[in-house]
Design a protein around this ligand. Structure first.
Ligand code: GLC
Length: 424
């Protein structure tokens, strides 16, 4: 890519973040997602850090200011009303200020804090911010281990497809399909399909089940007891890999920042417990990694691209890299979220096939760190090519690369600024 093209894309990406800035937090895209989302904000902070480090720190601080007393960081923070989104605060009714949802999302925060700190130009500001954030990151990850792994399995449970960040992934079909839609489900009107074509979004059968789970958890006030009650309870390979990586980064932060009371042994214990339990994700027959259905006590039948996050967690191996090579051979651009020859593959339907810049980044950086340079470069260069040809879309059609979902999307802009712009 020539310098002029790169400069143009840099300017557009910055403009997207600035336009999506609502004063201290960034919405994923205006219209479709008008609030602050958990993992979006952390990844978007990496983009801000490329040109405004203070604003990057502010993004994560704003998110963590909505942390619950028990340590949970909610998946959405509703800072101002917006009738264009469903389900909004009047559905979640968590009784918090600011209003939030009652479930969480993959904990990328600590890894983003480490990354921004390591690259910071303003080291004094960065160290001060990371020190302020450290206790909150620790509380978040401790919450995951304590509340979501009550049996100390070394695998944390996810209780709603929205918590995985990969809402309608085919990995959830069986677990979600077993849920009976509540007969007295409150009538509702979806808003997402007013912004984006229904063919690119989850189906209404899935939505009824998403809402059944929300109403059930709300009835239990989103307390720790919902782990036992939850009709949907999976060990999501993505969340577990992201948490393992976050635990490693938290330990790194503890050593780097040197709080004397940092519970290093406790964090090291989480790491070794996870490492010992991850065999559960591996499918020896295919070399692929997939999630584990804790209710059914069986692996989920469908492996998705989430399994390649093992590289981000530092536990990917040669067999997985070989599988990735084969997976990449199925489409012109990488990385399709579902293998193109899988019967459940749908090229444009959200997490059922399309390509996402954020997962390309997480997997790509993990590959580079584990020495799989060629595969890492492939994911980075493909991400750059998709953005250059089609724009900063939420995600991309897995067959021809066309932009899908929301346009002018913050995390795609951030992935450009933080990573893909280094493409060859
Ligand atoms: C969708 C995505 C989720 C993301 C959110 C906001 O729900 O599945 O991963 O955080 O939109 O972009």
């Amino acid at each position: 890519m020539d310098q002029a093209a790169r400069d143009r894309l840099d300017a557009s990406a910055r403009k997207i973040l600035e336009d999506n800035d609502r004063g201290g937090y960034t919405v994923p895209t205006s219209g479709l997602y008008p609030f602050q989302w958990n993992w979006d904000s952390c990844l978007v902070a990496l983009g801000w850090a490329a040109f405004d480090e203070a604003r990057a720190w502010q993004e994560i601080e704003t998110l963590l200011s909505a942390q619950w007393d028990d340590g949970m960081v909610p998946h959405i923070v509703f800072r101002r009303p917006d009738p264009g989104y469903f389900p909004g605060p009047e559905v979640w009714r968590t009784g918090r200020t600011p209003a939030t949802s009652g479930i969480t999302q993959p904990p990328v925060a600590a890894s983003c804090v480490r990354r921004i700190l390591e690259r910071a130009r303003d080291r004094t500001c960065a160290e001060a911010a990371a020190r302020r954030l450290f206790p909150k990151l620790l509380a978040f990850q401790r919450w995951f281990h304590r509340v979501r792994d009550p049996g100390r399995l070394g695998l944390v449970a996810t209780l709603h497809p929205w918590e995985t960040g990969m809402d309608n992934s085919p990995a959830w079909d069986e677990a979600l399909g077993r849920i009976e839609v509540a007969p007295d489900l409150e009538p509702y009107t979806r808003r997402d399909t007013q912004h984006v074509a229904a063919a690119e979004r989850p189906t209404s059968a899935e939505y009824d089940r998403y809402m059944t789970l929300v109403e059930l958890y709300r009835a239990h006030d989103y307390g720790p007891g919902i782990v036992r009650e939850a009709p949907f309870r999976v060990a999501d390979v993505a969340t577990n890999c992201i948490l393992l990586r976050a635990d490693r980064d938290l330990l790194w932060l503890a050593n780097r920042l040197g709080p004397t009371d940092a519970p290093r042994d406790e964090i090291a214990g989480w790491i070794s417990r996870a490492e010992a339990s991850f065999a559960r994700f591996r499918n020896p027959a295919t070399g692929l990694w997939r999630s584990y259905d804790l209710r059914a006590d069986a692996p989920v039948p469908t492996a998705t691209h989430a399994g390649f996050l093992a590289f981000w967690a530092g536990v990917g191996d040669d067999a997985l890299a070989e599988s990735l090579d084969k997976w990449l051979a199925g489409t012109r651009y990488g990385l399709a979220s579902v293998r193109a020859d899988d019967p459940r593959f749908e090229r444009q339907r959200y997490w059922r096939g399309p390509i996402w810049a954020i997962t390309n980044f997480l997997i790509g950086e993990g590959l580079a760190e584990s020495g799989f340079e060629r595969l890492a470069a492939r994911l980075r260069d493909d991400t750059a090519a998709l953005i250059a040809a089609h724009g900063f879309f939420e995600y991309f059609d897995a067959v021809d690369g066309r932009g899908c979902g929301g346009d002018r999307f913050s995390w795609t802009a951030a992935m450009w600024l933080a990573w893909a712009r280094q493409a060859t």
